[in-house]
Design a protein around this ligand. Structure first.
Ligand SMILES: Cc1cc2nc3c(=O)[nH]c(=O)nc-3n(C[C@H](O)[C@H](O)[C@H](O)COP(=O)(O)OP(=O)(O)OC[C@H]3O[C@@H](n4cnc5c(N)ncnc54)[C@H](O)[C@@H]3O)c2cc1C
Ligand SMILES: Cc1cc2nc3c(=O)[nH]c(=O)nc-3n(C[C@H](O)[C@H](O)[C@H](O)COP(=O)(O)O)c2cc1C
Length: 607
């Protein structure tokens, strides 16, 4: 425990009084000292300061404790939590930020003032690290929040059916457990910056008014609490817990240059995966293995022309520019259908917007053009653009290490193409890269750090990397980093794709690393090279004995790539491996895997 400061000999007391006061002070608890300081301030105010006696230095203003919780996957909620902390500090609160992955519900329930920012993932799921907290707060007998005032900011994407559902669940649960809702939950779509800023300002303002009026009617009710002691909220990552505003964002991207663009799939492959080298020269951006690069794409000009023709706006270059560069012209959402139904007075669209089952059936694979075609109408430019949301950026794991390819970020972009409802569709960003960009072209980018998907800080620790398809991208950065820094930990890659001959991404590099000994093991699963489909989860199961040995010896497991099928199948395979090798049932094995996750030894970056 740090030693308490004592009264100095220069204090305006006799030496024996200084000794007596020091004797009392050193035995006090924090609560007694807080009480004493309030008592003395009140005493002084009541008696007035004696003439000629210098006024004591003003006691520090009492600060209202504020717990700011965030539940995040890709860092947006975490960045916003840092903004809340900054604003709260300026307003005189004593804020403390905590990742819900590092705090229990019981600890959170002690907070008198609680602001939460939560994103939604998967199909309406909480972020991975929030899973324990989410389950615990939903459990019967969860701690009560009777003393807590709260407000929730929900992050999401209207393209998903379960829009902002995690934020809503937290909001409803805090209220059901006795918490006092300061303001209704605020939902944010992908362009969350403005609504989040407004929520921060209005919620802190409300909180300030409430706590001030409480202090005014019941002087002394608001006491300074040392939150570091009352809530065991570990900093997110001491090394990276940095409040600096990001230099470039989706709204203010860096104009980079594409240095190289190569399709890595051989001719004859059904897939198209582009290796993209982006120059970051002059940006000042420095990335770490595990980080992603955001791209602000341009829309497909053919689709833009189709929409302009359909709405009678072909002659309007300003709207053409807006539809190409600034608006989301693909995602279609219920509010858009409602708005367009009203505009066109279409009963068919009105009925669709009002029927959740019909919507669930209609939305998949449909874009804004399908909505316009359902009730064609001539529009003016302002009306068309008001129907559309801003064009969101797309993230790509950086496939190169700064230490290896300074001033560059390499990406691995899989071109998304499919046919639905009689129309060929193209992924906005991936096909922009695949079809419309060339080496030397500009590309608008921003950095998206991912402090939760880092190589172990111990360079001797072994890593198991499971990255089929484009999931292999960050592992190339991991290998470059470990090679450049001379890390001695063992490295094991599980890679999968369709065919060995066409689809073995970065094959030569993996083979070189295997030959040099940097890559200790590589196991591949080429799903379509034989009659029965083989995926990485099958290789994981086949290699279970050795895999379990690595885990027991301290290896960290990383999974990157497809969230819908692969990450779930791999998770199940890992549970089965642990159950089989440790002699556990699947529940105990899942708990063991959960412990690895909590210990930072099972990390996933899935999308
Ligand atoms: C942290 C992170 C890292 C990522 N890293 C990478 C990476 O390294 N490499 C990479 O390629 N991608 C990566 N992604 C995914 C990437 O951000 C984009 O989502 C992806 O490239 C698709 O974007 P797009 O603009 O091309 O397609 P969009 O225009 O966004 O279209 C994709 C959407 O089309 C729909 N769709 C797709 N196929 C079908 C189908 N068959 N039928 C019906 N609907 C369909 C789905 O709704 C899908 O969400 C990452 C994502 C995240 C969050
Ligand atoms: C794979 C994936 C799944 C998502 N699922 C949902 C969803 O079901 N509902 C939703 O509202 N948003 C969904 N989102 C959008 C995120 O919630 C949104 O991008 C949010 O800003 C992420 O915040 P975070 O970085 O704090 O995790 C999804 C995003 C991705 C990439």
């Amino acid at each position: 425990m740090p030693s308490l400061p004592l009264l100095p000999n220069s204090a305006p007391f006799r030496p024996e009084e200084i000794a007596a006061l020091n004797g009392v002070i050193t035995k006090t608890s924090p609560e007694q000292r807080a009480w004493l300081s309030g008592f003395l301030a009140g005493f002084q105010a009541a008696t007035g300061s004696a003439q000629g006696v210098p006024a004591p230095a003003q006691a520090p203003a009492r600060k209202v404790p504020l717990l700011i919780l965030f539940a995040t996957e890709s860092g947006n909620a975490e960045t916003l939590a840092a903004s809340v902390r900054k604003a709260a500090q300026k307003m005189g609160f004593a804020p403390r930020v905590a990742d819900v992955g590092t705090i229990t519900v019981a600890e959170a329930a002690k907070a008198e003032n609680l602001l939460m920012i939560a994103s939604t993932w998967g199909e309406g799921d909480p972020p991975q690290r929030a899973a324990d907290f989410y389950q615990a707060i939903l459990a019967p007998g969860a701690p009560r929040f009777d003393k807590t005032r709260f407000s929730v900011l929900a992050l999401g994407d209207r393209a998903y059916v379960n829009f902002c559902s995690t934020g809503h669940v937290f909001d409803e649960r805090f209220a059901a457990l006795g918490g006092k809702r300061l303001a209704p939950v605020v939902e944010c779509d992908v362009d969350y910056a403005a609504p989040a800023k407004a929520w921060i300002a209005s919620t802190l303002d409300l909180l300030k008014k409430e706590t001030e009026s409480e202090a005014g009617t019941d002087e002394g009710a608001v006491i300074h609490v040392d939150f570091a002691r009352s809530v065991a909220a570990a900093p997110v990552d001491a090394e990276e817990d940095d409040d600096a505003e990001p230099r470039f964002t989706r709204e203010n991207p860096f104009e980079a240059e594409i240095r190289e663009l190569v399709n890595l799939n051989g001719t004859g492959s059904s897939a198209e995966t582009w290796h993209v080298e982006v120059s970051l020269e002059g940006s000042g951006l420095v990335h770490k293995p595990g980080d992603a690069l955001g791209i602000v794409p341009s829309n497909d000009p053919t689709l833009v022309e189709d929409m302009l023709t359909l709405t009678g706006l072909s002659g309007d270059d300003a709207v053409r520019q807006a539809l190409t560069e600034a608006q989301d012209i693909t995602t279609v959402t219920r509010p858009q259908i409602e708005a367009y139904a009203k505009l066109t007075d279409s009963n068919q669209l009105r009925a669709l917007a009002a029927d959740p089952d019909a919507l669930r059936e209609w939305l998949p694979g449909r874009h804004v053009i399908d909505l316009l075609e359902a009730a064609p109408m001539q529009l003016d430019a302002a009306t068309l653009t008001s129907l559309l949301r801003p064009l969101p950026g797309r993230l790509y794991s950086i496939a190169s290490a700064w230490a290896y390819a300074e001033d560059e970020a390499h990406l691995l972009v899989s071109a998304v193409r499919y046919e639905t409802h009689g129309r060929m569709r193209s992924g906005v960003a991936s096909v922009d890269i695949a079809e419309r960009r060339r080496a030397g072209d500009p590309l608008k980018v921003y950095l998206k750090p991912n402090p939760h998907f880092r190589l172990p800080s111990d360079p001797d620790r072994a890593v198991i990397m499971i990255g089929p398809g484009t999931g292999v991208a960050p592992f190339r950065a991991f290998m470059q980093e470990r090679e450049t820094t001379g890390a001695t930990g063992r490295n094991w890659l599980f890679f999968g794709n369709r065919h060995f001959t066409h689809d073995f991404l970065y094959q030569l590099e993996w083979q070189d690393w295997k030959a040099s000994g940097l890559l200790t093991r590589i196991d591949t699963a080429f799903s379509r090279d034989q009659r029965e489909k083989i995926y990485v989860q099958h290789r994981i199961w086949e290699e279970r004995q050795e895999l379990f040995r690595w885990i027991e010896e301290g290896a960290a497991i990383y999974v990157c790539g497809d969230a819908n099928a692969m990450a779930k199948d791999v998770n199940h395979a890992l549970v089965r491996v642990i159950a089989d090798q440790a002699g556990f049932d699947e529940t105990a094995a899942a708990a063991r895997l959960d412990t690895l996750r909590r210990d930072g030894r099972y990390l996933r970056d899935v999308y």
